[in-house]
Design a protein around this ligand. Structure first.
Ligand SMILES: [Cu+2]
Length: 118
């Protein structure tokens, strides 16, 4: 093997090594990209999922699938209260800061849910 082809071989090895480290780069890219909206269904007088864990910057969309109206209210007044959501109505909040956000339905206070923002 002459010096030139040896160099090529080393370069090829480095390129392959760089390519195999790309999952880490991809993970970083995914972290910095805006998070996709996440949905909470309001169905059968319950929030589903009842507890939702998301990353900061995620938009959460509640959709009422019941025939009864529901109102999303932050237990600690951490975000704005929704209007009365009729069937198929949605309400969205973007959670920019880490924390635990508990909420309930103003009309049916036994309906409770939690958003955990990491
Ligand atoms: Cu309700």
């Amino acid at each position: 093997m002459n010096v030139m082809s040896w160099s090529l071989s080393v370069i090829t090895t480095l390129v392959v090594a760089a390519a195999t480290t790309s999952p880490a780069l991809a993970a970083n890219a995914a972290k910095s990209a805006p998070a996709k909206p996440t949905t909470v269904d309001i169905k059968d007088f319950a929030f589903a999922p009842k507890t939702l864990t998301i990353t900061a910057g995620t938009r959460v969309v509640w959709t009422n699938l019941d025939e009864e109206p529901h109102v999303v209210v932050s237990a600690g007044n951490q975000f704005a209260t929704s209007k009365a959501l009729d069937t198929s109505d949605s309400y969205a909040i973007t959670f920019d800061h880490a924390g635990t956000y508990t909420y309930y339905c103003a009309i049916h206070p036994m309906m409770v849910g939690t958003i955990i923002v990491k």
